[in-house]
Design a protein around this ligand. Structure first.
Ligand SMILES: Cc1cc2nc3c(=O)[nH]c(=O)nc-3n(C[C@H](O)[C@H](O)[C@H](O)COP(=O)(O)OP(=O)(O)OC[C@H]3O[C@@H](n4cnc5c(N)ncnc54)[C@H](O)[C@@H]3O)c2cc1C
Length: 501
């Protein structure tokens, strides 16, 4: 098969990149190893229950124009999704239970009740300090970025509105921890901020970039904000992007594992599939696979680059619990998302549990009178505990039960009889995560410490070979990988194609 551009992987990053390149008029083929598209964001159906493998918490998607890069991609390719709006989630913190809402004032009032005036004022001050950073971070649409000198032209229209913010550039490029240290002394607020950072990047405040937090402050702590859940579940986002790829002539090949990137004279010329077939690419090959998985696809990678890519620090993996339960008597106003924090050593294994019950917002995701639930330990399950175990052996099954206990206990806080309600029960381990999400050691992604620099760019030392997704700038999370897909597409396209949209 011959094409202009091959993309390896149909994660949100790869799909955004492919949809935009197809819109620019390129011949695009996306090769996805799994039989379902979406990568971390794919959904699967089991005994009538629709389950999400990964993300379910979204914001900035149900309105336009929005600073959320995914919304910008959907707008560019003309795709619509229906959203359910809500504004709070349940937090089970060491201090007690709080229903925490997004919005300009809500956390201030929570602090006023819990910690008093001084702490609440510290929060106000932090909001004030973050305001210009948030403005700066959201002033330039991501679609204006690219990784070459053409950026001078594509950024030009935005320069006048950016000028007032040049003095904040050094703050934006530093870690959020530095800002937190300057402004916040209250222990509860510091713990809270570390938790938010951890849920974003897998690292606490000192490892998380101020720019990433500036986006979050811009989005979550503004007036009239809502959280957005896609009708049909996360699959609706993936489907919208796939529609975008296809309507501009792009192809998505499922169960199509790329075994090797073909390189000639230091230039990527196509890919070899696991079935031996070759797809040649005259313009570019893009890898949406993680940086470690990508390294294994290129036999001719210079040793220094291979070493650099393979030594990228990795976040931990996940335990998952997917449950289909009887819904009778579960209050319909129970928050859809819960975060259970057993103690404030946030990054410790078996501590934080995230829960999503999307059927509280969209009942079509489960059979009548049922809920589907996804609970997981975010990026804290050590892969090394699992790497020598074999699925379906008694040792593996025993370990699964043991390591899943913390998630059952978290769920029992608000559904005490959850075990008796179960109709479907699936426990996932780091081995499951690495198998179905095709991710090296089941990782959440690179653990690049923001105090030491940015995530790497999409360009590589091999000509015509690019990266996109959460191993590249701006990092982990659905908005970030949508941004990376957009930047990679623009870097491959000409300045004029980019300016045309
Ligand atoms: C449990 C969990 C919960 C999360 N919750 C949220 C959330 O609520 N909100 C949020 O914003 N973010 C969340 N995230 C993070 C977010 O989902 C990810 O950062 C993002 O989806 C990663 O997208 P990606 O495009 O970089 O790569 P991936 O999703 O990893 O996609 C890469 C794709 O490449 C394919 N692939 C790999 N190798 C090959 C090969 N050789 N040949 C062919 N195909 C290949 C894989 O099968 C995969 O489909 C969560 C992540 C997880 C795991």
């Amino acid at each position: 098969m011959k094409t202009e551009i091959v993309i390896i992987g149909s994660g949100i990053g790869g799909l955004c990149c492919g949809a935009i390149l197809a819109k620019y008029g390129y011949d695009v083929v996306i090769c996805e190893s799994h039989n379902l598209p979406g990568g971390c964001a794919h959904s699967f159906t089991y005994q009538g229950f629709k389950f999400e493998a990964g993300p379910s918490l979204y914001s900035g998607l149900s309105y336009s124009p929005s600073p959320n890069p995914l919304r910008q991609v959907l707008d560019m390719i003309g795709e619509e999704i229906q959203w359910k709006n809500y504004n709070s989630w349940g937090c089970w913190l060491p201090e007690g239970y709080f229903e925490v809402a997004v919005g300009e004032e809500s956390f201030y009032h929570l602090l006023l009740d819990l910690r008093g005036k001084e702490a609440a004022n510290e929060w106000r001050l932090l909001q004030k300090v973050m305001k210009p950073l948030s403005d700066a971070a959201t002033k330039i649409p991501i679609k204006a970025f690219r990784y070459d000198m053409g950026v001078v032209l594509t950024l030009l229209p935005y320069l006048p509105s950016l000028l007032p913010y040049v003095f904040f550039a050094n703050k934006l490029t530093a870690s959020f921890g530095a800002i937190m240290d300057e402004v916040v002394s209250d222990e509860f607020i510091r713990n809270w901020l570390n938790l938010l950072c951890f849920m974003l990047s897998g690292l606490p405040a000192h490892g998380t970039s101020a720019a990433e937090m500036a986006f979050m402050f811009a989005d979550w702590y503004r007036p009239n904000v809502t959280l957005d859940y896609p009708v049909g579940g996360s699959e609706a986002i993936v489907n919208a992007l796939v529609r975008g790829v296809k309507k501009f002539g792009g192809k998505l090949l499922l169960s199509c594992h790329v075994k090797e990137v073909l390189v000639e004279n230091n230039k990527a010329i196509g890919v070899k599939l696991a079935n031996g077939e070759i797809i040649s690419a005259s313009k570019a090959v893009v890898s949406n696979a993680s940086i470690w998985d990508t390294a294994s696809l290129i036999p001719v990678l210079p040793a220094s680059i291979r070493q650099k890519w393979l030594s990228t620090p990795a976040n931990g993996s996940f335990m998952h619990l997917h449950l289909g339960i009887e819904a009778k008597d579960i209050p319909p106003d129970l928050p859809c998302h819960h975060l259970v924090v057993n103690h404030w050593q946030i990054t410790a294994p078996q501590n934080v549990v995230a829960v999503s019950i999307p059927t509280l917002l969209d009942s079509s995701l489960a059979p009548p009178s049922s809920h589907s639930i996804h609970a997981y330990t975010p990026a804290t399950e050590p892969y090394q505990l699992w790497e020598n175990l074999t699925p379906n052996t008694p040792e593996y099954e025993e370990m699964k039960e043991k390591r899943a206990l913390v998630m059952w206990q978290a769920l029992e806080r608000f559904i005490p009889d959850i075990r008796e309600r179960c109709k479907v029960r699936l426990i996932g381990t780091p081995l499951t995560h690495s198998r179905y999400l095709r991710r090296y050691r089941g990782t959440y992604g690179p653990a690049w410490d923001a105090s030491k620099g940015f995530f790497p760019p999409a360009t590589t030392p091999i000509r015509n070979f690019y990266l996109c997704g959460d191993s590249t700038f701006p990092g982990i999370g659905v908005p970030a990988v949508a941004a990376s897909g957009m930047i990679t597409a623009n870097t491959i396209a000409s300045v004029w194609q980019q300016l045309s949209v």
